[in-house]
Design a protein around this ligand. Structure first.
Ligand SMILES: C[S@@+](CC[C@H](N)C(=O)[O-])C[C@H]1O[C@@H](n2cnc3c(N)ncnc32)[C@H](O)[C@@H]1O
Length: 244
């Protein structure tokens, strides 16, 4: 996997998702980690994107690092967090040559592992970077029962000197036991200099809570699927695993 679906929109990502409460989601996940590993001091955020969660966690953990497959997202993260180590890495195939007390994968970044084999590879690789007793916290993509029509949506975000309109089309190829969702997002970005329009395709795996649980167990983790509000207030739950 080496697709970088956010390349065109990386620079406007923070504006588009400015309605999400990263501070709250960082708090929720820190509590999940500390309940299981109170002394956790090192954290890797895999699929860190523009570093919005790392910005919160660098105040709460002694050592934080980020990794993402998309260099355009990492460029934004590096401007936000100049002192934080950031790695260009694909979660299905990476080796950072060290271990962490906690690894996170937030806001459905795991969804880009769109087959069960890729999901297994991603969770196994993350697990192999955990200390014994270390905690993995993954915010999943939608489960099959959460996918409902209407599949057409719009979103508007306004910033200082910029307006972004996004229309999206979501198609699901699967059933109640899982499948693949194709999210096509078309952006119209307007500034005082003019307008530009582009479309992104996001192919994402739709798995059940049980499939996430099984994959985390296969990765050698004591797994749980926490069906709580989850991170970012978006209600997708949290897959948690503690390294045996
Ligand atoms: C919806 S964004 C979430 C970013 C960040 N975690 C957040 O909460 O804002 C999904 C991120 O997953 C990253 N991603 C997608 N596939 C990946 C892969 N195979 N390995 C690592 N990161 C990946 C994307 O580049 C993107 O930054």
């Amino acid at each position: 996997m080496s697709e970088t679906p956010f390349r065109p929109s990386a620079e406007i990502y923070d504006l588009v998702y400015s309605h999400l409460d990263y501070s709250r989601s960082a708090e929720i996940v820190e509590a999940i980690i500390r309940e299981r590993n109170p002394l956790a001091r090192s954290l890797l955020d895999m699929g860190c994107g523009t570093g919005l969660h790392l910005e919160q966690w660098r105040e709460r953990f002694a050592e934080v690092e980020g990794a993402d497959v998309d260099s355009a997202m990492l460029d934004v993260a590096a401007r936000r967090l100049p002192a934080v180590p950031l790695h260009l890495a694909d979660y299905t195939d990476f080796d950072l040559n060290r271990t962490y007390d906690a690894i996170t994968c937030m806001f459905s970044a795991i969804g880009y592992a769109y087959t069960r084999e890729l999901l297994d590879a991603a969770l196994a690789n993350m697990a192999s970077h955990l200390e014994v007793g270390g905690v993995l916290a993954v915010e999943p993509w939608l489960q099959p029962h959460m996918i409902r029509p209407p599949s057409l949506r719009t979103h508007v975000a306004e910033g200082e000197g910029i307006v972004v309109l996004r229309s999206s089309r979501h198609r699901y190829d699967g059933d109640e036991s899982g499948g693949v969702s194709d999210l096509e997002m078309t952006y119209l970005v307007t500034t005082v200099d003019g307008s530009e329009c582009f479309t992104e395709q996001h192919t994402m795996g739709v798995f059940t809570a049980e499939q996430y649980f099984e994959s985390a167990e296969r990765a050698g983790l004591e797994a749980e699927f926490l069906d709580r509000e989850g991170v970012s207030g978006i209600g997708r739950g949290v897959v948690v695993g503690v390294k045996r």
